[in-house]
Ligand binder design. Structure first.
Ligand code: BGC
Length: 757
């Protein structure tokens, strides 16, 4: 590792070389490209690893309802075959020296270099570079430099787009070889450096049109290429002789479109006519990254490794976000791998959106629009299950259809409905975007409140309102009643709907009238929601200090951690079957603690301490979603050492492959969770009552923390040093910014104005 903007890999981990590909992913929200080796590799040919937002094929599993779908591994647009004196350049032990792979997070590029030794001993230096444009969604660039070090060499380079790729079938970081899986693509056309493929496993599968422009500059000037005919591949071959120590340079631009954009081939042809050049495209790309980082970077003083790890998490989060397209959202593994099939879950709203809401609100707006677009499907889903309003799918691709393999997730894990409402309300408060609320938000809130109303059951014997048969964030308790997280969040959901109604009636009366007519909203409905929300059972222990995960948690048998959690593997991968979990007090991932982090104003410090002390030892962290909430809570409670330990679990989760499955994609909820650990934990940020609150709890290893926050149209620069916080209003919003820092109320209204607390 060199500086805090660069992630490096050296030497080459031959047996696990695909394991780290996910770390070196590049993308722009439209396309995500793993850091695979461009040159063909024996045994793993055709794997590539390029995904496009919204490009799904028929999956291998049986879905609970509907059809199982998966994100398609699309053509490898960076495919290369390199031969030196007739011998293929392959990465092999003893053939490679000086190997280095780097991810430049500041500029959004990946580079790789090594010296290869042929069987007769001649050495060749190879240097690769690539990027997926942040300035133009449909372009990417690749560069290759080849230098013979020991004598002249006959070089043969074929550069192409390879559509013979297959799915990965990689679940864990196993040693090679890895068996390539299903193939989704059928080639329809391939000529003049252009290729059109179609996802043939779906009846109306997306078409992908891609083209390349390749330039080879040999030692004596430009080298003309010849098209290579090969089924499923559009490629061009360059053959030339290169003297010792002279460098041949290849640069290639790739253009890509899909039928989701319109007529993909026509768009491709038009784009290829423009005649772009690599260097100016790369400069525009770097400028786009500089502007992203200006708002999103977090500076840590005194801990360069933490700084690098934190930037890695933010970098990956930003580059996968499909901000340009509200027909899709951000999947659990982004566009960096195939696990979870590219689907979106609750953790999108609860773990990833906060980062965007406070640094790039338009991205959140787009992902919430996605939830509005899929509202009709959520309504249908609710009706199918005999409920009302809208029930969002636990796992959805691009059309909101429930994609979960088993009913367990889909029917019971309904907290996702309230999680969406929470994120929407958080976005609205943080931005003051009434227009969004009027056009989309209010409708989502009314329909989700209706869902809860139909899902809440009034028990005439106990005289309580209950939510029965659910699965909370602790997914080891398969079916419970009155999961505290679900009930609290459902109650909030109803409150937000009532609040939106007030706003709408006051500020948008005509739009509200239209909406109520369209939704056939009965005037008595809101009062009924209010009654249900008020009566909803929130389980606590006898003394009232401990919030209970559900109404049986306290009565379950203690779990023998020493026996059940012996190493880093998940408890369900050990010898205790899943079905047995409900017998024990075992928490798969943070549940009550996450809820308290989301609604901190509702709990006393004593209640939070009690929850942390009770649940933390019972939590096995068998999901990457567990560390961040613990980091946030521990920091807010002033438990610096624990908070820092949990922060490191988040920040290094993928870099150190803590969950042993980074090979199948980065853990996107945890990427967002890392931001939460720092900003909501160490910096103590949360909003309540239109006031932004901050309270520093920096770990001892950090001297200072600097970051920016977007809040109600304003941009605030925050610096925390020890217990001191300085806030500067870099860009004023429409109203003065009101903050509460460690109990002190501050108001900033002029550009450049600052306050210290
Ligand atoms: C977690 C879920 C999460 C899913 C996708 C699972 O491991 O337990 O809560 O939604 O991953 O990120």
């Amino acid at each position: 590792m060199t500086d805090s903007w660069t992630l490096t890999e050296t030497p080459c981990a031959f047996n696990r070389r695909l394991g780290t590909d996910a770390l070196f992913t590049l993308g722009n929200g439209y396309m995500g490209c793993r850091g695979f080796f461009e040159e063909e590799q024996e045994g793993v040919e055709g794997l590539g690893g390029i995904y496009m937002a919204g490009v799904f094929g028929k999956g291998a599993l049986k879905a609970w309802k509907g059809m199982h779908r998966e994100l398609v591994n699309t053509p490898n647009v960076f495919w290369l075959s390199i031969k030196v004196d007739g011998e293929s350049v392959l990465v092999r032990p003893r053939r490679i020296s000086g190997y280095l792979r780097t991810l430049d997070m500041r500029g959004g590029t990946m580079a790789r270099s090594f010296t290869w030794k042929g069987s007769r001993g001649a050495r060749i230096r190879l240097e690769f570079e690539r990027f997926v444009s942040a300035a133009n969604l449909h372009l990417a660039g690749q560069r290759l430099r080849i230098t013979p070090l020991d004598g002249p060499a006959r070089i043969e380079v074929a550069a192409g787009i390879d559509a013979s790729v297959r799915q990965h079938n990689m679940e864990t970081t196993l040693p090679l070889p890895i068996q390539p899986g299903r193939q989704h693509l059928e080639t329809r056309f391939s000529r003049d450096g252009m290729i059109e493929t179609r996802v043939a496993t779906l009846p109306r599968g997306v078409r992908i049109a891609e083209g390349q422009e390749v330039r080879m500059l040999g030692p004596k000037g430009p080298v003309a290429g010849k098209p290579v005919a090969f089924p499923g591949r559009a490629a061009e071959r360059f053959v030339f002789t290169c003297p010792r120590n002279a460098t041949a340079r290849m640069s290639k631009l790739v253009h890509f479109f899909t039928s989701r954009d319109g007529n993909a081939m026509a768009l491709l042809r038009k784009s290829m006519k423009k005649g772009m050049d690599y260097d100016s495209l790369l400069s525009a790309h770097r400028r786009a990254w500089a502007s992203r980082w200006k708002m999103a970077d977090i500076e840590i003083e005194g801990a360069p490794d933490d700084q690098r790890a934190l930037r890695f998490n933010l970098f990956q989060l930003m580059q996968a976000c499909p901000e340009h397209d509200s027909r899709v959202s951000l999947g659990a593994r982004g566009l960096s791998g195939e696990m979870h099939e590219g689907s979106v879950f609750w953790d999108n709203e609860i773990f990833k959106l906060p980062f965007f809401t406070f640094t790039r609100p338009n991205a959140t707006r787009s992902m919430l629009r996605f939830r509005h677009r899929t509202l009709p499907e959520a309504r249908r889903h609710a009706r199918d299950l005999w409920f009302e309003g809208a029930m969002y799918a636990w796992k959805s691709g691009d059309d909101g259809v429930e994609e979960t393999e088993m009913g367990v997730g889909a029917y019971y894990a309904i907290h996702i409905v309230a999680d969406i409402a929470y994120a929407l309300r958080q976005y609205w408060e943080a931005t003051g975007d009434d227009d969004f609320m009027a056009r989309y938000g209010a409708e989502i809130l009314v329909e989700t409140a209706r869902f809860w109303q139909s899902r809440i059951y009034y028990d005439p014997i106990r005289k309580t309102h209950n939510i029965l048969a659910v699965r909370g964030p602790n997914e080891y308790d398969v079916i419970v009643n009155n999961n505290c997280y679900t009930n609290m969040m459902a109650r909030e959901n109803i409150r937000y709907a009532l609040e939106a109604m007030v706003l709408m009636k006051k500020r948008y009366p005509a739009a509200w009238r239209r909406l109520s007519v369209r939704l056939k909203l009965d005037a008595r409905e809101p009062a009924a929601w209010r009654r249900s929300a008020r009566g909803l059972l929130i389980c606590r222990d006898r003394k009232g200090g401990l919030y209970l995960e559900d109404d049986m948690y306290l009565h379950r048998a203690p779990f023998d951690m020493k026996r059940g959690k012996t190493d880093g593997r998940r408890v369900i991968d050990g010898n205790l079957p899943y079905e047995a979990m409900a017998h024990y007090q075992i928490t798969k991932q943070s549940d009550v603690i996450t809820m308290m982090n989301l609604l901190p104003w509702m709990f006393t410090t004593g209640q939070m301490r009690a929850a942390y002390a009770f649940y933390e030892p019972k939590t096995v962290h068998d999901s990457s979603l567990s560390y961040a909430p613990h980091a946030v809570m521990a920091a807010r409670l002033g438990m610096k050492r624990e908070a820092y330990r949990y922060f490191r679990d988040c920040a290094y989760l993928d870099i150190a492959d803590i969950q042993l499955n980074t090979i199948s994609g980065l853990h996107f909820a945890n990427l967002g969770g890392t931001w939460q650990a720092v900003i909501q934990g160490f910096a103590g940020l949360y909003q309540h009552g239109n006031i932004l609150r901050l309270a520093p709890h920096l770990p001892r290893a950090w001297k200072a923390l600097r970051f920016r926050v977007c809040y109600r149209g304003a941009i605030l620069r925050v610096e925390m040093r020890g217990h001191k916080t300085a806030v500067t209003l870099e860009r004023p919003g429409a109203e003065p910014s009101v903050l509460m820092i460690g109990g002190r109320r501050i108001r900033l209204s002029r550009k450049g104005e600052s306050a210290t607390a």
